[in-house]
Design a protein. Sequence first.
Length: 287
Amino acid sequence: MERNDLCWCGSGKKYKKCHMAIEEKMKLHAEKGEIVPKRKLLKTPFQIEKIKESAAVNTAVLDAVAEQIHAGMSTEDIDKIVYDVTVKHGAVPAPLHFEGFPKSVCTSINNEICHGIPDESIILKEGDIINVDVSTNLKGYFSDASRMFKIGQVSEEAERIVRVTEECVNLGLAAAKPWGHLGDIADAINTHAQANGYTIVEDIGGHGIGLRFHEEPFVSYVTPKGSEMLLVPGMMFTIEPMINEGSPDFYVDEENDWTVYTIDDGLSAQIEYMVLVKEDGIEVLTK
């Protein structure tokens, strides 16, 4: 692309006034052997606005769950809330039928790490902790976030793992800087988790998002500081560590081939934010 051509991103600016400096900087990092994102992972101004609209729906859905979740309801009831509110906003639940997933939301309780399938026979009870993972497709633009909910009075162990998980995510956010690396986020999260006696699931992590439900890169939370992909303005991905009370190992339900459990029946917690890398910092789109 020539300096005076209109930029590929559709901003209406000349390339030299828009993405030229960013791409020249990326080239310098690539020449040092660093992993840099492909151009297709850098969202355009138009795409960012559309994805933000999807994220606003996603947040509204999680807010609706937060208002209604309680002991005695089934996880199928949560699924109905998610479906109804999503559709009311003109969107579609992204998990529904995704690679065969049968429901509109993932509901993972206590020792379930992720991908719990809502069911009318699964009733929330006092003392449970549950991750509700909502993902939204609004006219082809995707968003994704999850929250932990404590049902009534929970044990000291359950209270602590939820609190430390939130601390880990906030530390990961604080470590995320434009022109830093994904490994900086991982190191901040893993260091705090380990300091509190917890482990992090290694083989399941975050992901790029926006134009598809799951995009590159895979976002690990156990890699060293300064490693992994360069954080370039326009990148969009999730920060969603899965933090375990005991072993980081897991197994997948043999019957439904989806629900992921801790190998030792320990508690697991996860909080997920979707973020955008900007030239002046990191924007949380789903907090």
